[in-house]
Design a protein around this ligand. Structure first.
Ligand SMILES: [Zn+2]
Length: 414
């Protein structure tokens, strides 16, 4: 493969066109999808949009105040998808339950509880079981200043029932409340659920062997509402764009489908839609190569492989050939590769560590052309070998333990 044809600077220039928030279902995401289509056109590839409906949630009000033994209103953000309190709010005793262990939670019945970590669906259900009246979770750290003292919204995954509501409070305020002995509080959350439209952008490079299998190269281009998602994951979107450009000029034996997924941040909604709509064709899919989190200079590369361990060995061998550092991890992965593996297609996600994910600091100023170039070279090398190898070097199988974990995973997020 002509690794020298891969340009980090060109990926960087592409990324600069997406210096805005691209939350699924919003104008930002739509505009980004159109820009991806234009970019494809600029090197002669005709892409298309595949649109689908998503559930949206808008928080209209989130307020919290301590009412006893002192009175003070604190700035909080609302916990999306936790529903709305009665219009007057919920007033109840207040209690700090740390990580939500059983002992701490045994004091939480009928109270608004303060809990450390982000509330996952599992923890949410435990809070409900413990009979709490509402919850606040802690964000940030004591060194935050200025705008960083303002908590950002988080969201639960979609759940059938949400009897209790929650908010997010800054670390410094949490410390103050506990030290001042807050014993009673009022929480008010109002949110509205609706529907929106999100889009996958798809471009196909037909392989020279018409009977051949299909390989997918994928990356999500939507962002969370909190930030511009340069590292997570416009960098991944740029990497596969660079590879689409390369493979459109060096047509491989196998067909390559490039997909920029929408609504990944809403629970892999774009990729789940893709594997459902194209379920019939998945019998021809041999492998999914996904990128999620990339482009920062300081970091190491991990390829998460959801498939037989032999796929890890194969990728490590190819990385040795390319001479680009990385390690593999054989497990399921919280990104769009999971959707493929769930439907029986071995999959990987290329992931580079970095900082700022899901924050307002996830911006292009921390992205490095050097890093983009290397990751695109590595993924391109793997794609080129698998695109042209006469016989795929591994079985199309998902190990039993991963299949079970994936069933659990998708049950949790749907
Ligand atoms: Zn991501």
């Amino acid at each position: 493969m002509g690794l020298y044809e891969i340009s980090g600077q060109r990926q960087m220039d592409f990324m600069k066109k997406f210096d805005y928030i691209r939350e699924a279902g919003t104008e930002g995401e739509k505009k980004a999808a159109e820009t991806i289509l234009q970019e494809l056109k600029s090197f002669g590839v005709e892409g298309r949009l595949e649109s689908f409906e998503i559930d949206t949630c808008r928080i209209q009000e989130a307020s919290f105040s301590v009412t006893e033994p002192y009175k003070k209103e604190y700035v909080i953000a609302g916990y999306g998808r936790s529903g709305s309190t009665p219009s007057g709010g919920v007033e109840a005793p207040f209690c700090y339950v740390e990580n939500g262990d059983d002992i701490s939670l045994s004091y939480g019945k009928g109270k608004i509880v303060l809990v450390n970590q982000p509330v996952t669906c599992d923890l949410y259900n435990r809070l409900v079981e413990a009979g709490v009246s509402g919850f606040l979770t802690i964000t940030g750290n004591p060194t935050d200043q200025g705008i960083d003292r303002i908590p950002l919204e988080r969201s639960l995954r979609k759940m059938k029932e949400t009897p209790i509501q929650g908010g997010i409070l800054h670390y410094t305020d949490a410390v103050e409340m506990v030290e001042m002995g807050a014993s009673r509080a009022r929480l008010r959350i109002k949110q509205e659920y609706g529907k929106g439209i999100s889009h996958n952008v798809i471009a196909r490079i037909p392989g020279s062997d018409p009977a051949g299998e299909i390989l997918t190269l994928t990356a999500h281009y939507d962002s969370v509402p909190a930030g511009k998602g340069a590292y997570d994951n416009m960098a991944g979107a740029a990497i596969i764009m660079e590879l689409c450009r390369y493979f459109s000029k060096h047509r491989p034996r196998r067909t390559m489908e490039f997909v920029w997924f929408g609504a990944e941040e809403k629970g892999l909604v774009g990729s789940r839609n893709y594997v459902t709509v194209h379920e019939e064709e998945l019998k021809n899919h041999a492998f999914n190569m996904n990128v999620d989190l990339a482009g920062q200079l300081v970091g190491g590369t991990v390829v998460g492989v959801t498939g037989d361990v032999s796929v890890c060995h194969m990728i490590e061998y190819m990385a040795h050939e390319a001479g680009i550092g990385m390690v593999t991890k054989n497990s399921i992965w919280g990104s769009d590769s999971n959707s493929f593996a769930w439907k029986g297609v071995p999959a990987m996600t290329l992931n580079r560590d970095g900082f700022g994910m899901h924050t307002r600091y996830d911006t292009i100023e921390y992205i490095s052309p050097w890093s983009l170039q290397r990751s695109a070279q590595l993924l391109g090398y793997i794609g080129d070998r698998l695109g042209n190898i006469p016989v795929m070097p591994f079985k199309k199988e998902i190990p039993e333990n991963f299949r079970m974990e994936l069933e659990e995973y998708f049950k949790r997020i749907s």
